[in-house]
Design a protein around this ligand. Structure first.
Ligand code: KIV
Ligand code: ZN
Length: 526
């Protein structure tokens, strides 16, 4: 067998992160190539045992991301997903084989509903599982097999196919609750049944993969572990299709805080949790709800008088874990306009950003500009600054050069906008129903497009009227989604920059798909 995960002790739970596969698969959460590489590197640093880096057959982009993540991997096993056919499996192997510890993950839907879709009888599907797992195992020593929709598969058939996969060489059997249908006791019973009744079960690791449609993904995963599963599949912030997957931070912290009743360990450095959570939120465009367990903005906030009083006397009164356990610093007031470059570099490193000298130079200019406008610069401000699309947008073809908006009680509002497009300035004035609408109309007047605006979201990064706003924009063109985000103390400027960031991504996507969008059909209305 391959990888550090194969000698798993009875109490060691393997953390399998699928933020870059199941998470990224959720509509609108697409990440760029560079972002995927960055997240993989952070996951590796945090101590994730296995990173499911993508679905290599899905696209050239997915393939390249998985193979580069494999090449750059340090400690984590790198896994690629494949359907139950040789072509998918070969492609997954081509991508992951560069990793020091590669894994192929192959799956097929085994429930009656899925057998209907694939039009395979139970016998035909059993044969397919035998052939494909054998093929994967001939390529790679570390093979994971999943009966998709396992929780709605007949138990006798599930036991039969799990046995076939084990005999064909699977080293991990993952039991997915694909539609988030199961409940904790049932989740535990299913794992128990498989461990007790499938021949060869003691030779392999059982994994649990839960979706959160009924809000039970964390409970179901932990129940499966209590019943004997030793791998949890999860994502940062619970990102994933529909209601998402089991959240990594929840299961890891639950096993740590309640180790008295769940005596399991993981290899996760929990102090890296908050940094990863923020980064995933920024690059996916899926912000974290304030009351989200562990990583929500309010998870450690104690507002009510009674709570504050208790906290001052003894933090344990209302805190079952310390903010520092997940990497939140006690006081996050950082710097002002007199802070120097070295202090900024050190603070950013603390927050999980290692910058090359040229990047630091650019970020320092932005930091100074922010410190000039804002009295106090907090950690959250710096995270917003770093996730501002324009920090990484050296190659962007469209840039916001100038924006002035005229607002008032009388509609319409108007926006005077200059965009630099492929190095040339273009100016327009447009009107709209409110300042953001006027600004977006101005962008559209200069760069006409058919993409539909699917989401426009604004968040105040900190408190106070001088707070920065982070704006996320999601657009859809021909079924493909792109996101853009930006931060500024001026909400309308942040909106314009987020919209333009999404447009830049749209152009990249068009170029990759050979669309005529290589040309920006801008309208010169100046
Ligand atoms: O939810 C699911 O069933 C999956 C499989 C591909 C493992 O994500
Ligand atoms: Zn899934």
């Amino acid at each position: 067998m391959t990888g550090s995960t194969d000698t798993t002790a009875q109490d060691r739970v393997v953390i399998f992160d699928t933020t870059l596969r199941d998470g990224e698969q959720s509509p609108g959460a697409t990440m760029t190539h560079a972002e995927k590489l960055e997240i993989a590197s952070l996951l590796d640093d945090m101590g994730v045992d296995i990173i499911e880096a993508g679905f290599p057959i899905a696209s050239e982009g997915d393939f390249n991301a998985v193979s580069e993540i494999a090449k750059a991997s340090r400690n984590s096993v790198i896994c690629g997903l494949a359907r139950a056919n040789f072509k998918d499996i070969d492609r997954a192997w081509e991508a992951v084989k560069h990793a020091a510890q590669p894994r192929i993950h192959t799956f097929i839907g085994t429930s009656p509903l899925h057998r209907d879709i694939t039009q395979l009888s139970q016998e035909e599907m059993a044969d397919r599982i035998h052939e494909t797992v054998t093929h994967a195992r001939n390529l790679c020593e570390n093979v994971q097999w999943s009966p998709m929709d396992a929780t709605r598969t007949e138990h006798d058939y599930l036991k039969r196919v799990v046995e076939i996969a084990i005999k064909a060489g699977a080293t991990t059997i993952n039991i997915p609750d694909t539609v988030g249908y199961t409940a904790p006791r049932e989740s535990a019973k299913l794992i128990e049944m498989l461990i007790n009744e499938v021949p060869g079960a003691d030779e392999i690791i059982f994994a649990t993969h839960c979706h959160n449609d009924l809000g039970m993904a964390t409970a179901n995963a932990l129940a499966a572990v209590e019943a004997g599963a030793r791998q949890i599949e999860c994502t940062i912030n619970g990102l994933g299709e529909r209601a998402g997957n089991t959240a990594l931070e929840e299961v890891v912290m639950a096993m740590r805080v309640r180790n008295d009743i769940m005596p399991f360990t993981t290899g996760i450095d929990t102090t890296k949790i908050i940094g990863l959570s923020r980064r995933v939120a920024a690059v996916s465009g899926f912000s974290v709800q304030p009351n989200k367990a562990i990583v929500g903005k309010n998870a450690f906030a104690h507002e009510s008088g009674i709570h504050q009083d208790g906290m001052l006397k003894n933090a344990e009164t209302f805190e079952i874990m310390r903010p520092a356990d997940i990497g939140l610093t006690e006081t996050n007031l950082v710097m002002g306009k007199h802070s120097g470059r070295a202090a900024l570099r050190a603070k950013l490193a603390d927050l999980g950003y290692e910058l090359a000298d040229n990047q630091l130079k650019d970020v320092f200019v932005r930091f100074k500009a922010l410190a000039d406008r804002k009295k106090e610069v907090y950690d959250d401000d710096l995270v917003a600054l770093m996730s501002d699309a324009s920090v990484e947008a050296g190659n962007d073809r469209i840039k916001v050069k100038f924006l002035r908006v005229i607002c008032g009680t009388e509609a319409p509002q108007s926006a005077d906008l200059t965009l630099t497009i492929d190095g040339e300035d273009h100016q327009v004035t447009a009107q709209g129903d409110g300042p953001v609408d006027a600004t977006f109309n101005a962008v559209k007047a200069l760069v006409p497009h058919q993409a539909r605006l699917q989401l426009y979201q604004v968040h105040a990064v900190t408190q106070g009227t001088d707070a920065q706003a982070t704006v996320s924009v999601r657009m859809e063109e021909e079924g493909k989604l792109v996101t853009g985000s930006s931060a500024d103390t001026d909400t309308v400027v942040a909106s314009a920059k987020a919209y333009v960031a999404a447009l830049n991504r749209l152009l990249v996507r068009r170029e990759k798909s050979g669309h005529d969008g290589k040309e920006i059909h801008y309208q010169d209305v100046s």
